[in-house]
Design a protein around this ligand. Sequence first.
Ligand code: NAD
Ligand code: G6P
Ligand code: MN
Ligand code: MN
Length: 429
Amino acid sequence: TMKIAVIGGGSSYTPELMEGIINHKDSLPVTEVVLIDIPEGQEKVSINTAFAKRMAEKAGLPISVRYTLDRREGLKDASFVIAQIRVGGLDAREKDERIPLKYDVIGQETTGPGGFFKALRTIPVMLSICRDMEEVCKDAWLINFTNPSGIITEAILKNTKVKCIGLCNVSINMRYDAAERLSVSPDELDCRFIGLNHLSVMNHAYYQGKDRILDAVSVENTESVVKNIQKDAEMDAVAKELGCLLSPYMQYFYTEKEALQHEKMEAIGLTGTRAAQVKEVEKNLFECYKDINLREKPAALAKRGGARYSMAAICLIDSIYNDTNDVQVVDVFNNGIIPQLPDDVVIEVNCRIGRNGAAPLASDVPASVLGLIGQVKAYEEYTIEAAITGDRNKALIALLNNPLIHDVRDAKGILNELLEAHRAYLPAF
Ligand code: NAD
Ligand code: G6P
Ligand code: MN
Ligand code: MN
């Protein structure tokens, strides 16, 4: 028997996970899926539960699916726990996206001060989830999607005994992007990544033994790697100059002015910020999920940024469970891979995946991005300390280390306003 618990089971991505579980039925003997949520998420998680049951039924699989609001009961004896929570919901995200704009600073879910506040709200909750896991499923693997994924994973690995691996769908999508540029099959392309979550570069792309990365960066692709970021055409030129393909999130650093203008237009325009757009998409998705005749993931899910999310999660679980020792891109402790960073900070890199988890492969960080990575890592470490201590001085220093903040007055203004806006979710402050 194999039990998978999903924390944040009310997420509109849950059917995507269920699809992954079904696709891996021959190698993963999942017998029980428990969706865990909080009272605010009860309606969504109950819709997801009924839908997931229909999906399993259609696939002819004897998987028991249920939901619970009792976290410890839901976690008990799980083999794998997938975390996908949003503390404060999309309303909190909207504030993260909107308030920094007043200071001419990028307002974004994971990058910049928006991601900083998402981390402050989320770290204490994820640590308390881990305390429960230490007691009721101490051998379970925690697959963390909860953003900012790299920061959350580092906070967990530094402060708990839980075996946690951080995950993001961007690297898989970047591999498909590279394959398209090279007109080859993504399955045959061995892509190497190095950096941090949402700040990683593809510095090698091996096809039939030959590194084709310089060919890949010479071809333009106007389509964005993820649906939540509208691609700036200049980014392909940056990639060509650097000789690497870049995480789409690096656009916020390299084309900051343009990105800021775009965000401001959206915020005052009809669509609203990304959070407001996602609210609309989500409303439609749950209307679909409710339909008792629906037994497969609807196409509208592709409007969310998390494309191939389940591919990442279920391939990881499969490789741990079956000890396959194949290579996947995940977020783990550095342990010397980037020599300029401490061992116990989380990086995003290709890892060999097996029964004992993820072992990072040796890598070479391009000198051209090492400075940015070091700067953002300094920001991330102060962020974790601030979240755990509730120390305003650490919080301000975190923001001063963020490359998207250029003035201490902005840092103080954003800090004061967002601490106030999110007061209900920041008991430590
Ligand atoms: P969402 O707003 O639908 O939230 C998911 C669920 O979490 C909701 O049902 C909510 O009620 C629940 N929740 C909130 N606090 C909780 C708690 N303390 N315990 C249990 N459940 C709780 O969010 P979403 O848009 O589906 O995204 C979920 C998370 O996954 C976010 O953090 C998002 O940033 C992240 N995400 C990450 C990736 C990645 O690449 N790593 C991709 C997609 C989404
Ligand atoms: C990408 C990122 C995720 C992020 C998502 C946002 O897939 O990798 O980390 O959560 O986009 O998508 P959304 O639809 O919520 O804007
Ligand atoms: Mn991501
Ligand atoms: Mn600056």
